[in-house]
Design a protein around this ligand. Structure first.
Ligand code: NAD
Length: 495
């Protein structure tokens, strides 16, 4: 239970508190881990502060930091099977998905390893003679990094890799339900030789552990991925010390299918968009908008395939979808579906727990399709974060855009059509951070990720994901000093 990594050493919580980590497949206890409280977090912040203020870490050549990150990427690749197994134990997702996550994680760490020595300063052409103007990028300082349970290590990697590449020190807090892969990656970071205090790990509940990171005066930047209400709370906590803040929040992502789309391809992707990881994906295409002329036929095809989705143990290669993360989360999903039906939606399939006794101990919920939905319904406005697809019909392009934009969210969405000119026109009108055309879900380290509207602030991945972890400093040097004559000359200002 020595699972807190603070100042280069593993230890338990000062209070001795622990937490059981549960496999959502069968509720078995996978591991018991340390549960930090405020004192542990403060020690981690102090270690990160010392490593930033008193060691050469922030001033080391970027290439050196890049080499360490490169070694970490190698170590993650070598440890892929173990890491993927831990992610499946923690989240219930299929091993296929966990392995893909690990490949993506190694990829993102390698990408920022490569960028660590690429971002030099910039000379600006000053608009006055004799002035040399240089813009430098410097690390922000101590960064608190809080991640969610749906993509535990993936979301943490989008934060820790750029932060370390830029020369910051970090205190990472994974979601309390799913800390196992983050613990393992910290073991790998220790092995590859990150200096003491540069990367620290605290485990525990949002309050007090995450809240302390968001409010502590010695934390310069807080990066948070999670739900919108928690994000608002983090923003409030960060306000007193005016921290740099990055927020990746939820989504209610439209998937627009025009009548001229390739029918079978669009049906296939309608399922992929929403049911990946049992719908517990921030960018899940949970709102299907279908052009009215093909609506009935399209919905029939989607429902037919949805009913064939195989639920089960993520380690079984035949399984297509695992359980939800917890009993509480499943209860929330069930309540959303019940309210949608009260509001007039038609349940076409799912909407219940599976009857198979072999799944009874897991937090399973059948993939669900609800038709007859409209933007006035709560289910269209709120993120469900489960295997629930709502369907709305639209009449024309203008109505599709209007409806797609009609929520407080703006994370991602898809457009299916064979008319690429129309697709680009619609993409331009969507208030979303990512738009996929004839596809859904692809993301990669080179392209920025983040939300419009209340889906978040700032961007992860790509060069913007590194810039989040830098401050910009402008240094202007007068190369030909002359008397200014402004004050105390007795001749008036500026004479
Ligand atoms: P959550 O908001 O419940 O928790 C996220 C993290 O915040 C956890 O580590 C939690 O312990 C911590 N936390 C809770 N209260 C806190 C507080 N007061 N101060 C500081 N930290 C606190 O979210 P979740 O249920 O773990 O994750 C699901 C949500 O994450 C969904 O809304 C999903 O859309 C979102 N998400 C967004 C993205 C994205 O890229 N935009 C990616 C993944 C998940």
């Amino acid at each position: 239970m020595n699972d807190l990594y603070i100042d280069g050493a593993w230890r338990g919580a000062r209070s001795g508190a622990t937490r059981e980590i549960i496999d959502p497949l069968d509720q078995r206890v996978v591991r018991t881990v340390a549960e930090a409280d405020v004192d542990d977090v403060r020690e981690a912040i102090a270690a990160a502060r010392r490593a930033f203020d008193e060691t050469d870490w922030p001033r080391r050549p970027g290439a050196e930091r890049g080499r360490l990150l490169g070694r970490l990427a190698d170590a993650i690749e070598a440890d892929r099977e173990r890491l993927a197994g831990l992610e499946t134990d923690d989240t219930g997702k299929t091993l296929v998905e966990s392995r893909m996550d690990m490949d993506d994680i190694a990829g993102v760490v390698r990408y920022y390893a490569g960028l660590a020595d690429k971002e030099g300063g910039e000379v600006v052409d000053a608009p006055m003679a004799g002035l040399r103007s240089v813009v430098h990028r410097e690390p922000v300082g101590v960064c608190g990094q809080i991640s969610p349970w749906n993509y535990p290590l993936l979301q943490a990697s989008w934060k820790l890799a750029p932060a370390l590449a830029a020369g910051n020190t970090i205190v990472v807090k994974p979601a309390e339900l799913t800390p196992l892969t983050t613990i393992r990656v910290f073991e790998l970071m220790e092995e590859v030789g990150f200096p003491d205090g540069v990367a620290n790990l605290v485990l525990g509940a949002g309050v007090p552990v995450g809240a302390e990171l968001a409010s502590h005066p010695d934390v310069d930047l807080i990066s948070f991925t999670g739900g919108i209400e928690t994000g608002q709370q983090v923003m409030r906590s960060a306000a007193d010390t005016v921290k740099n803040i990055a927020l990746e929040l939820g989504g209610k992502n439209p998937n627009i299918v025009f009548a001229d789309a390739d029918f079978d391809h669009a049906v296939d992707y309608a399922l992929l968009a929403v049911f990946l990881h049992a719908g517990q994906v921030c960018s899940a295409g949970a709102r299907l908008l279908v052009e009215a002329s093909i609506h009935d036929e399209f919905v029939d095809a989607v429902v037919e395939r949805t009913q064939r989705i195989v639920l089960g143990d993520g380690r079984d290669p035949k399984t297509e979808s695992g359980p939800l993360i917890s009993a509480e989360h499943r209860a929330k999903v069930e309540a959303h579906v019940a309210r949608a039906i009260e509001d007039g939606a038609t349940l076409r399939c799912g909407g219940r727990r599976p009857e198979d006794p072999a799944l009874a101990a897991g937090f399973f919920y059948e993939p669900t399709v609800l038709t007859g939905c409209h933007p006035g319904m709560e289910i269209i406005q709120q993120e469900v974060f489960g295997p629930v697809l709502t369907v709305e019909a639209f009449d024309d392009e203008a109505q599709a855009v209007e409806r797609a934009n009609d929520t407080i969210y703006g994370l991602a969405g898809g457009i299916f059509t064979t008319d690429l000119v129309k697709a680009e026109r619609v993409a331009a009108d969507l208030r979303l951070g990512t738009v996929w055309i004839n596809d859904f879900h692809p993301y990669f380290p080179q392209a920025p990720w983040g939300g419009y509207k209340r889906s978040g602030l700032g961007r992860e991945l790509g060069r913007p994901g590194l810039e989040e972890y830098t401050e910009t400093k402008h240094v202007a040097t007068n190369l030909a000093p002359q008397r200014s004559g402004w004050f105390g000359t007795g001749q008036g200002a500026g004479a």
